[in-house]
Design a protein around this ligand. Structure first.
Ligand code: IDP
Ligand code: MG
Length: 143
């Protein structure tokens, strides 16, 4: 199967809350294949750069503080139409608005502490996968 890739991140609230395994299982049950993953503790500089597009937003400082508050699990995920499907599987940003059965409805605490990140376009997926994983780690995955 010729899949496409997206980046997901199990965020610090979910890692600390012991939900990592359940979230990965949920993604696998939704047809995603885990192709790379690493538990990391982001620095303020790394989280700030990753969320650069949100720098002017009122939630930016809190987002960087949250994303550096504990370990998170970036994952390169593969399936057909990976970006669109992962956005659908995670649900709306605010779990109060997320559809039943989505990752955020099932596992998120709040709009800020919302369990999972997913790339929002194929271009950003490429950038975000490159942010966490080297060419060497991904070598051979795109055949
Ligand atoms: P997304 O994660 O669904 O793509 P974005 O709008 O890209 O949502 O926002 C990035 C992240 O910033 C969210 O996942 C959430 O953690 C945080 N965030 C966004 N909006 C708010 C807000 O209004 N209050 C607190 N945190 C927010
Ligand atoms: Mg986003």
């Amino acid at each position: 199967m010729a899949g496409t890739f997206t980046l997901g991140i199990v965020k610090p609230d979910a890692v600390e809350g012991g939900k990592t395994g359940k979230i990965v299982a949920h993604l696998e049950a939704a047809g995603f294949h885990l192709r790379a993953a690493r538990l990391v503790r982001l620095t303020v500089a790394q989280a700030g750069a990753f969320y650069e597009v949100h720098r002017e937003r009122p939630f930016y400082a809190g987002l960087v503080e949250f994303m550096t508050s504990g370990a998170c699990l970036p994952m390169a995920l593969e399936r057909d139409d990976a970006v669109l499907h992962l956005r659908s599987v995670i649900g709306a940003t605010d779990p109060a608005e997320a559809a039943p059965g989505t990752v955020r409805k099932l596992f998120a605490e709040s709009k800020g502490r919302n369990a999972i990140h997913a790339s929002d376009s194929p271009e950003n997926a490429t950038r975000e996968i490159g942010f966490f994983f080297s060419e060497g780690e991904l070598a051979g995955l795109r055949d």
